[in-house]
Design a protein around this ligand. Sequence first.
Ligand SMILES: O=C(O)CCC(=O)C(=O)O
Ligand SMILES: [Fe+2]
Length: 293
Amino acid sequence: MPAATIARVSANDTKMIVGSCRPESVRPLVIQGAVDHWPASTKWSFEYFRTHHYDDFGRLQLDFHGNVQKLTKLGTFIDNLDDPLSELPGFWLDKSGKPLKGELEFDPDQIWSFHVGLLDQHPEMLQDIQPFPAGIPNLLVQMPQSTQDLIRSIVGSSIFSIYISRKGTVTPFHIDHSSTHGCLVQFAGRKQVYLAPKEPQADPGKPDFDPMSEEYAGDQLQSAILQPGEMLLIPPDWWHWTKALDHSITLSHNYFSEFNLPRFLAHLIANARELPDNDTLKSKIEQCLEELQ
Ligand SMILES: O=C(O)CCC(=O)C(=O)O
Ligand SMILES: [Fe+2]
């Protein structure tokens, strides 16, 4: 019995979408036609980012954990997508952002994505991805911007990120932070995904990986190839693995709903307890309280 194929549904099929988020019938889904109304659907492309954000600095991570990175410009990265990495102009950095010392050895199969805080540096770009599709139970995007910003500073992760990746880039199996729902929207290129409710022992990137294995009977492993315009919903705490089959642009979004709220709040409160007593955070809390009145 092979890995199952993730079901595809239309964005109008609210019943199916909400059902896939309920704990008793939880499963991943690929949604079609969800983001046709976003300006980003027609705007965001390699050529658009190259033309409008050429000089934005970002870091190319050579592994998922960012132990080795290259600081370069978005335009330079896009210009060099088809060239060997060793020829990419930029500066090698370690995880803390300090220059890497010594001879660098890297495995070209290990390349991870290019990170540029596009939505942090250019908050106006959030207009390109609004409104979030109706019918997807996403409570986070219904909150005022100040509350979204506060949650972001507490969980320490962006709510929206853009991943610009070379063909072949692999994101190894992981679960997303704070038991959030994950959502990937594909803008350019195809992306292969594998999802599993429990941590899989196999690595789909290895030549001996066998998706037909008995181990994956039932729904233990599910896969899809995302096409531009499609949105993948990843249930909270599901393991996921991705591979860019072409040069790829993906938006990643993490949120909470009525279905994972207790688990999400537990993470949020635990994170908040760890934060230093800080005045910026306090003033953000005051601002949120004012706006929520
Ligand atoms: O787009 C990808 O390759 C994976 C992104 C992802 O899993 C994440 O943002 O958590
Ligand atoms: Fe993820």
